[in-house]
Design a protein around this ligand. Structure first.
Ligand SMILES: NC(=O)c1ccc[n+]([C@@H]2O[C@H](COP(=O)([O-])OP(=O)(O)OC[C@H]3O[C@@H](n4cnc5c(N)ncnc54)[C@H](OP(=O)(O)O)[C@@H]3O)[C@@H](O)[C@H]2O)c1
Length: 263
């Protein structure tokens, strides 16, 4: 068994907890006496979650705000450490998908600001304490979309691949300090993010099931956690194909003939 929290962490900190996967993970980890810091912009949704957490015996700490705001995240980390203590598990989960593509304009900047910079703003303020105490497990919720450039998702794929690259380096740097980091790459999950997706979402699962998978499979503190395998494997294969062949496959699935590619 992994030392520290393996079976029951005492203190969890999670961003993007007002809906979807973040909310499901807070509930999945909620046991009697666990202190859970929850962050998101929608205070009413956090309040609703905190009542549910309290009913389960957990002790919630609410922080309504924006992960893009570095100074808010620094103040939040320090408030959480002084009132609830240093977290055993930090989950950088807040994320958006947004519009993307050639006409997306500022949306790509927003996606990068939340998915990449927001995750860094979440993790960095906790690092000095974790390193000093030689403990802690950081979970970063990325996506299987980090594996390859997907059509219509340039901003999202870019933000998640940048995040994975940063996390891979940070994990390496933290090993000598006794701090672990797992990059979590889920496939499709039924949440607000995917509710209006017009395209097929193979192997989609519900948020509570995704949360159960993450809790169970992150216990061994793996470097990377990809699921479901039934989607991760084909996407990994697609990612190593020559670009033109991959594009033809995408056009085929969209029932379109490939136009002449730009050379
Ligand atoms: N759903 C999927 O198929 C899927 C697949 C792979 C990976 N993921 C990843 O899973 C994570 C959770 O997404 P989800 O599917 O659960 O979507 P969701 O239901 O839309 O949840 C997103 C969460 O992020 C929070 N958030 C967004 N922008 C924020 C900001 N600027 N500051 C603070 N919090 C912010 C939202 O809260 P507020 O709006 O209240 O701030 C909400 O709690 C994301 O990182 C996403 O990329 C999702």
């Amino acid at each position: 068994m992994t030392p520290g929290y393996a079976s029951s962490p005492a203190n969890l900190f999670i961003t993007g907890a007002s809906s979807g996967l973040g909310r499901a993970m807070a509930l999945e980890w909620a046991t009697h006496g666990i202190r859970i810091g929850i962050v998101a912009r929608r205070a009413t949704e956090l309040q609703r979650l905190s009542e549910e957490l309290s009913r389960r015996g957990a002790i919630p700490f609410l922080y309504a705000g924006d992960v893009r705001d570095r100074s808010f995240m620094e103040r939040t980390a320090s408030a959480h450490i002084s009132t609830a203590g240093l977290p055993d598990i930090i989950i950088a989960n807040a994320g958006i998908r947004g519009k993307t593509g050639p006409e997306a304009g500022t949306d790509d900047d927003e996606i990068m600001a939340v998915n990449y910079h927001g995750a860094r703003n979440t993790i960095l303020p906790f690092l000095p304490g974790l390193i000093r105490q030689k403990k802690g497990h950081i979970l970063v919720i990325s996506s299987l979309a980090s594996f390859l450039p997907l059509p219509g998702a340039g901003g999202y794929c870019a933000s998640k691949s940048a995040l994975n690259a940063w996390c891979g380096s940070l994990r390496f740097d933290l090993i000598p300090h006794g701090v672990s980091l797992t990059t979590v790459n889920p496939g499709f999950i039924r949440t607000e993010m995917t509710r209006n997706n017009p395209y097929p979402m193979p192997f989609i699962i519900d948020a509570p099931e995704a949360a159960r998978i993450i809790r169970k499979r992150s216990k061994g503190k793996p470097p990377v956690l990809n699921f479901p395998r039934s989607l991760a494997i084909p996407l990994r294969i697609l990612s190593i194909l020559p670009s033109r062949l991959r594009e033809q496959i995408f056009f085929h699935f969209r029932n379109e003939n490939p136009p002449h590619s730009p050379s």
